[in-house]
Design a protein around this ligand. Structure first.
Ligand code: 26Q
Length: 804
């Protein structure tokens, strides 16, 4: 974008005065941010209009990414970066006596997601625009994002996150694009004049207005600006009379009021399914409206539209598209079904049974009577068609409706043409195990798309020091083609480069240490090893295994205060679902251990524990560049992919991992010398589950080192965890340790010991860090998205795009 510093300063001052009626010098950080954001939105608006006009004119095939969650992070700097004016604006701000970073921190981080799945959706939105693909996001504009986490006395407390409090400069409300979403009502059929066709009458519905708010998704230096459309529930205009009581009005607003805080665990709540239908229906309606303007035959729908559903949360898009094609557009069942299947594709993000969405039949029949009929018919035809081919048993096992429940994964698979897992191992497990019945029926639907991350946010924005060092060492090609970062490998034995890398890491660790000092009053040594585990709190992710290791070091130092142990800072960031009692107990335990150890003078700062409050995208940007070790220690077979593993690797952290999810592919890329692997393999875990011979009590009895650690949980050593310590002890020792922590403990300690040894050899460690950075290119979400585009969506980057 052609733009110079002088011009920017003039524009900024003008914008500020226009908005606030005084000079920018007197403004608050928030006002200074709003003025800048507003100016930036104005700068890409022409490209935004141009992009949409182009797609329409060329009748370009477009993909719509349906996701219940998006976690974009702060957008100011990423927009500036992608527009190519970050440096110019930084300079201009500085000239005016302002610090861009400080101003940027005034933006509230939109937490419209829980964790991996939501952040993946946002990396994908960036990559779709940046590779020059015609794509759109479709989701919900929650009034309140994921709760704000506070620790009080070590316990997690949840507070409402009012992310819209200071105005959202990026969104544009599009009232004229609103649609009506209908709930409840009565369905009847009438024979209508002449053609003998059955017409559906759906009356007495509760009608909700869905109003879209659009946010630009700016591509990286390519002039493309795509759209993320988030829907908000409102009372239909002119229908105020029907919503006369406060209660009725509240009910409407409630639909998009708050994001469900469950991650990898589903709750069968009515409001949740209302949300799911609300944004699925609104999205489908606006897609159909667009398609009709193209004036093409309905059979061409799949040639112009691809709809991708992010997990099963938007699965009702399938029967909703059927409903519109059948009831409103008059297509036959077979026509509508062909179109729907060819249009929709589905990503699975979990094999955990407790995360699989199943809705009570009566809930759907009451809430969505017509959709319910369509699901029944899809199910009936599925059974009819598959029973003669595969027999009664197999077809019943794949039924959508069974035991009074509707299985959303089954509907998603049957109603789509593509089913993908998110890492090689995960997809293999889906095919061999979790979804094996479907794999037998539809082998051609199954495919893998290993997740990715955008290095634009996770390196260029989060780690400016590393970015500058890379530019200096290998040039700038890696910024537009992430694989090119492999050139760095040529410098693996270059002492100057290795030292430079160490300096970069140290600077980032100092930056984080300053934050920790300021916000938490904990002093940490930036030369210590920073050991990082940042992800949602879940038993299968095994934050507790990390805790056992910490306690082992604690005991070593208690026994021998001069033990030759590497100084470490253990950094945790994690939210627990408010209803997940065990996860919250683990939070309390970690906080209590932190308090005990951080304040024990005999430990002499050899161990520090930092559990940051309210972990999210912005904190991740601060922590990840400062990490030495990346903890990826889930029980093998349980973590579908993981994505923090990729972000940490890209920033030169060394992975400490089980062979789970994408860790396997990370190992394949960096090689065994540049990663620490331990623990059961996924097939070994499967085998234990099948033959049931694991006995954790036995391990406890026979391993004195481990026994001593576990006893700390119940002997009063850790203050304030009487209940938590006992419950956690019992889960591991008495209730057979569902996630095999005790089984993997020895291997984990060994790997941690090796990490200590490696860290003490600075050249060796720096070389490992370099090799990780240099091997991270293949995990760019740009490549992931190009594979989705090529193999699933059948769309090509715009001509002129370097990816075309
Ligand atoms: C479902 C129904 C009702 C309420 C909540 C939910 C719900 C919400 C969020 C279920 C699951 C989620 C989130 C799942 C998730 O984040 N999965 C992660 O996805 C990442 C991206 O593919 C993977 O890297 C992680 O391995 C996976 O755990």
């Amino acid at each position: 974008m052609a733009f110079d510093v002088q011009e920017f300063k003039k524009e900024y001052q003008k914008k500020f005065e226009e908005l606030f009626a005084y000079g920018y010098e007197a403004g608050s950080k928030t006002e200074q941010y709003i003025a800048l954001g507003d100016l930036v939105r104005g700068l890409y608006s022409e490209d935004w209009i141009q992009t949409i006009t182009e797609y329409n004119k060329k009748k370009e095939k477009q993909v719509y990414y349906f996701s219940m969650e998006f976690l974009p992070g702060r957008m100011l700097k990423s927009n500036l970066l992608n527009m190519g004016i970050l440096d110019c604006v930084k300079q201009g701000m500085e000239d005016m006596g302002l610090d861009l970073d400080e101003v940027a921190r005034a933006e509230v981080d939109p937490a419209l997601g829980n964790g991996g799945l939501g952040r993946l959706a946002s990396c994908f939105m960036d990559s779709i625009a940046s590779t020059g693909l015609a794509g759109n996001g479709n989701g919900i504009r929650y009034r309140y994002g994921l709760f704000k986490q506070k620790f009080i006395n070590g316990y997690q407390i949840e507070l409402p996150e009012n992310w819209l409090r200071n105005r959202n400069v990026w969104e544009v409300r599009k009232e004229n694009k609103a649609v009506i979403v209908r709930f409840g009502g009565d369905v009847s059929f009438t024979q209508e004049d002449g053609d003998g066709r059955l017409r559906v009458r759906h009356e007495n519905t509760r009608d909700i207005l869905a109003v879209p708010y659009d946010t630009a998704q700016v591509g990286y230096n390519n002039g493309i600006v795509n759209n993320l459309r988030l829907w908000s529930a409102e009372i239909p205009y002119g229908d105020e009379a029907r919503f006369s009581t406060e209660e009725q009005r509240e009910e409407v607003k409630r639909i998009t009021e708050v994001l469900y805080p469950d991650d990898s665990n589903y709750e069968g709540r009515l409001l949740r399914v209302q949300q799911e239908y609300f944004f699925s229906s609104a999205g489908i309606q606006s897609i159909v409206r667009y398609f009709k303007r193209l004036n093409l035959d309905w059979s061409l729908f799949p040639d112009k539209i691809a709809i991708h559903i992010n997990d099963t949360h938007p699965t009702l898009a399938i029967p909703e598209l059927m409903r519109i094609l059948l009831d409103e557009e008059g297509l036959t069942w077979d026509q509508a079904w062909e179109i729907t299947k060819k249009t929709v594709s589905y990503t699975n993000h979990t094999i955990l049974q407790e995360a699989m969405e199943r809705w009570p039949e009566t809930m759907i029949s009451d809430l969505l009577p017509r959709i319910y009929q369509i699901i029944q018919e899809i199910n009936r035809r599925h059974i009819d068609k598959k029973t003669p081919l595969y027999g009664e048993e197999l077809s019943q096992r794949t039924a959508i409706i069974a035991n009074g429940q509707i299985k959303m994964a089954n509907l998603a698979i049957i109603g789509s043409h593509s089913v993908n897992g998110v890492a090689r191992l995960h997809t293999d497990i889906l095919m061999a195990d979790t979804l094996h019945d479907f794999y037998v029926m539809y082998p051609q639907k199954f495919n893998n798309k290993t997740n990715g991350i955008t290095q634009r946010r996770w390196v260029q924005i989060a780690n400016e020091n590393l970015t500058a060092m890379l530019d200096e060492t290998i040039g700038t090609e890696w910024k537009s083609d992430p694989e090119e970062i492999k050139i760095l490998k040529a410098h693996r034995d270059n002492k100057m480069v290795l030292d430079k890398l160490e300096q970069v890491k140290l600077a980032n660790k100092k930056r984080f240490a300053a934050y920790v000092e300021q916000e938490m009053g904990i002093e940490i040594d930036p030369t210590a090893l920073f050991d990082v585990q940042i992800k949602r709190l879940h038993a299968y992710k095994r934050q507790l295994l990390n805790v056992l290791h910490i306690l082992d070091r604690y005991l070593q130092l208690k026994d021998n205060p001069n033990a030759n142990l590497q100084k470490r800072v253990f950094i945790f960031g994690a939210k627990a679902a408010p209803s997940y009692y065990y996860a919250k107990q683990i939070i309390k335990l970690i906080n209590s251990i932190a308090y005990l150890i951080n304040n024990d003078p005999s430990i002499k700062d050899k161990i520090k524990i930092v559990f940051v409050e309210n972990y999210g995208v912005s904190l991740a940007e601060l922590i990840i560049p400062a990490a030495d070790i990346s903890e990826q220690i889930s029980l093998a077979g349980k973590e579908a992919s993981g994505t923090s593993n990729m972000k940490l690797m890209s920033n030169g952290a060394i992975t400490m991992a089980t062979l789970d999810g994408a860790n396997v592919e990370i190992r394949d890329n960096v090689g065994d010398d540049n990663i620490f692997i331990f623990g059961l393999k996924s097939d070994e875990v499967q085998e234990y589950y099948r033959n049931g011979v694991y006995n954790s009590r036995d391990v406890y009895d026979k391993n004195p080192r481990l026994k001593r650690i576990l006893n700390l949980l119940i002997d009063g050593t850790i203050p304030g965890v009487e209940t938590e310590g006992r419950d956690i002890f019992d889960s591991l020792v008495m209730y057979n340790d569902e996630y095999f922590l005790l089984k993997d403990f020895d291997g984990y300690l060994q790997a941690q010991y090796e990490a200590d040894v490696a860290f003490s050899d600075r050249d060796r460690w720096n070389r490992m860090a370099l090799m990780n950075i240099a091997s991270s290119g293949p995990f760019s979400s740009d490549y992931t998205i190009l594979r989705y585009a090529d193999e699933i969506w059948k769309i090509k980057p715009q001509s002129g795009s370097k990816f075309n």
